[in-house]
Write a protein that binds this ligand. Structure first.
Ligand code: GTQ
Ligand code: FE2
Length: 366
């Protein structure tokens, strides 16, 4: 028995006998799949996020011609489902992921071409940099896709795309594919091989029901996690951004994010929260010459230049921005924008996920 007066002798940690026993312990841990925290903590619990994803910029001037080449060489049909080419982050080699949670891709449809219907648990949106002529049919509702529009395909809604025009069309797809894949949440189902309607109305049913300003159908009151509105039109987005800047110029307080910086978030009209549950979508406008504060956040994001040009600075490294360029911003990367002339950008991020989990942190510097 040990007593306070008679404690056991401490082991001699440096002795060859001790070292041999320790090596044997680690072998035995390993053979049953045990890993001691004391050898792994710094990788598992770093003092702050250390993303494998890196800041990266893709030039539209390179993306579009490559997508067009695939249009000439690769058919769209059952199986492959979409002519969509992901923008893979160089820090995540082997995975077609733009950030650890987000998929950004260029999708391309030839004139008179269809992409068949399917549905999946992954949520999706389309953002249209330029062009028109494609309708995306969401649960049977044809939704026109035109320049500056944001079109939603929330999880588990059937969707197919059809180009009814004589010109090709390309757009940016955003999905939560990496988040859903890495957490084993994915389900997928084929729909009809032929897109189920050839109608091409100006306005989708969803816009006719939900697209009035502040008007909720009484027959459909109540919060829904996903937005029932499938299209957010450029005419409204543009007007809202213009109004924010004009009102600020008129001395109205509280219209801008910061001086010269207008922004709108695309929201779910039944909750006021994000339009999609897993991705935040926003449009930003910087007045000529505006420089944003430097921020970093634990959300990862993707930005696309919609119009104008300027500079993005990521962890101190500045890159010029031109029409259509796409930028990946990993978690905790210091980020700022500078407008040359005026600069409009679309952005999406995984912020709603980490907000719900009380993990989201954001720091703003000067
Ligand atoms: O348009 O349905 O970029 O299912 C990736 C997966 C687009 C789509 C993508 C998809 C889609
Ligand atoms: Fe899809």
């Amino acid at each position: 028995m040990t007593t306070l007066e008679n404690p056991p002798a401490p082991p001699d940690f440096d002795s060859p006998g001790h070292q041999a026993k320790l090596a044997e312990l680690y072998r035995d841990f390993d053979s049953v799949g045990m890993t001691p925290l004391w050898t792994t903590r710094e990788g598992l619990m770093p003092p702050e996020p250390q993303p494998r994803a890196v800041p990266h910029l893709w030039r539209w001037a390179q993306l579009y011609p490559l997508a067009a080449r695939s249009g000439a060489l690769v058919p769209v049909g059952r199986g492959g489902e979409r002519r969509a080419i992901s923008l893979g982050n160089p820090g995540l080699p082997g995975d077609p992921y733009t950030t650890p949670t987000l998929w950004a891709a260029i999708q391309y449809l030839n004139p008179r071409e269809d992409a068949p219907e399917h549905r999946h648990s992954q949520s999706a949106f389309r953002f249209v940099l330029e062009g028109e002529g494609v309708w995306t049919v969401v649960d049977g509702d044809p939704v026109a896709m035109r320049r500056g529009d944001l079109l939603l395909t929330p999880g588990w809604h059937f969707h197919g795309h059809q180009n009814v025009s004589d010109t090709p069309m390309a757009w940016l797809d955003g999905l939560d594919i990496p988040l859903v894949a890495e957490t084993d949440q994915g389900f997928f189902e084929f729909g009809p091989d032929e897109v189920r309607t050839r109608r091409t109305p100006e306005r989708s049913n969803s816009e006719r029901l939900w697209g009035g300003p502040g008007l909720t159908p009484v027959a459909a009151l109540g919060a829904r996690p996903q937005s029932p509105l499938m299209a957010y039109r450029w005419v409204h987005t543009d007007a809202a951004l213009t109004a924010q800047l004009e009102l600020a110029d008129d001395g109205v307080a509280g219209t801008l994010v910061e001086p010269g910086h207008a922004a709108v978030r695309f929201t779910n009209p039944t909750t006021g929260g994000d339009a999609l549950t897993t991705m935040r979508t926003e449009m930003h406008r910087l007045a000529t010459g505006t420089r944003t504060r430097r921020t970093r956040t634990t959300a990862s994001s993707v930005w696309q230049v919609f119009s104008g040009g300027g500079t993005v600075t990521l962890d101190g490294e500045a890159r010029t921005l031109e029409h259509g360029d796409v930028v990946a911003v990993p978690a905790w990367t210091e980020f700022s924008l500078q407008a040359g002339d005026a600069l409009d950008l679309f952005t999406f991020s995984d912020a709603p996920v980490f907000e719900k989990l009380s993990l989201l942190r954001t720091e703003v510097s000067a």
